[in-house]
Design a protein around this ligand. Structure first.
Ligand code: FAD
Length: 288
């Protein structure tokens, strides 16, 4: 294994570019990466994927590259990818995006949140990542950086499959831009227990209201498809309408139809689909 500890983003990008044809591992807090290296799957209730062999891998640690920051720019927060969950939860600016606070406070336990980064949660590309639905309904954007420059991607379009994003091998997630929106949002997580539990299903909704009429709704679901899902058909079903029981019931059915939930040790696909219906109704109601 070769280990690099760049002291700036430009040094990090240069390294990634020089070694882009090698077996590279970007390392942030390591709370997803390290269990992949040293977990004994037969003993683990957490990690059950393929173990990572570090032989011949080139590890680029981003912890000292100056990417841990939270900038409050008034109408938006700009969050460096290496910012930890605890740093975010403890900063005043997070109160401008309460749905993100709601999601992060339910992510893992304190010890993990102290080292787990927001960038790691996103780039791990787990369909169950808890920060992601909250960020999607906030219209968050991911800024990807490489030696060639930067590009900005709508967060909901970043994901390509379980563990996969549209980022190239020589690109890193530099920061996340989170607009401050005027409406209300809600994040809901169904785990197997409260605390230290990965989501069986998670999701979030955002809405504004003109009197009783819902507008600008955004709905995102997690752990029910190969990637986090923006449920645009659900948004279309509620925008321009009062959120009556009938409208919510229809929205829930549409959401269930969008999912492609799998059976695993955390729950069956059928159970997840049922949870999605409850989640969509509850989260939209919470926005009122
Ligand atoms: C006990 C335990 C409980 C957990 N509970 C939860 C939970 O409840 N909810 C949840 O969502 N997650 C949970 N996790 C998963 C994990 O803690 C989070 O996903 C965490 O945010 C990952 O961040 P990290 O900094 O540790 O990332 P790392 O493990 O360092 O990296 C994760 C992935 O992202 C890539 N990466 C990291 N940063 C960048 C970057 N800037 N640019 C490009 N690629 C990058 C890495 O190469 C790697 O593929 C849990 C983990 C543990 C061990």
């Amino acid at each position: 294994m070769f280990y690099h500890n760049p002291k700036s983003i430009s040094e990090a990008l240069k390294l990634l570019d020089s070694y882009k044809d090698e077996d590279l591992v970007v390392l942030a807090g390591g709370t997803d990466v390290v269990p992949k290296i040293n977990t004994r799957p037969e003993k683990s209730g957490y990690f059950d994927g393929e173990l990572m062999d570090l032989d011949n891998k080139r590890v680029v640690y981003l912890g000292d590259a100056g990417l841990a920051y939270i900038k409050d720019e008034g109408d938006k927060l700009v969050i460096g990818s290496m910012t930890t969950m605890t740093e975010l939860l403890e900063c005043e600016a997070i109160d401008k995006v309460p749905v993100l606070k709601e999601a992060l406070s339910q992510l893992a336990g304190l010890t993990v949140r102290n080292i787990a980064t927001i960038g790691g949660n996103i780039m791990n590309a787990s369909p169950a990542a808890d920060s992601v639905p909250a960020l999607i309904v906030s219209d968050a954007k991911a800024v990807l950086a490489s030696e060639a420059g930067e590009r900005t991607v709508e967060l909901y379009q970043l994901f390509a499959g379980p563990g996969e994003t549209c980022a190239a091998k020589n690109e890193i997630l530099k920061e996340i831009i989170v607009p401050v929106k005027p409406g209300k949002a809600s994040f809901i997580k169904f785990g197997r227990r409260n605390g230290e539990s990965l989501s069986v299903v998670n999701g979030a909704a955002y809405a504004e209201f003109d009197g009783a009429v819902c507008k600008n709704a955004v709905v995102a679901l997690g752990a029910v498809a190969p990637t986090p899902l923006r449920a645009e058909a659900v948004e279309a079903a509620v925008n321009g309408k009062e959120l009556t029981d009938d409208v919510l019931a229809e929205a829930a059915e549409i959401a269930a139809g969008l999912t492609d939930a799998i059976d695993d040790k955390r729950g069956s696909g059928e159970y997840r689909t049922k949870l999605v219906k409850v989640l969509v109704k509850r989260a939209l109601k919470n926005c009122q």
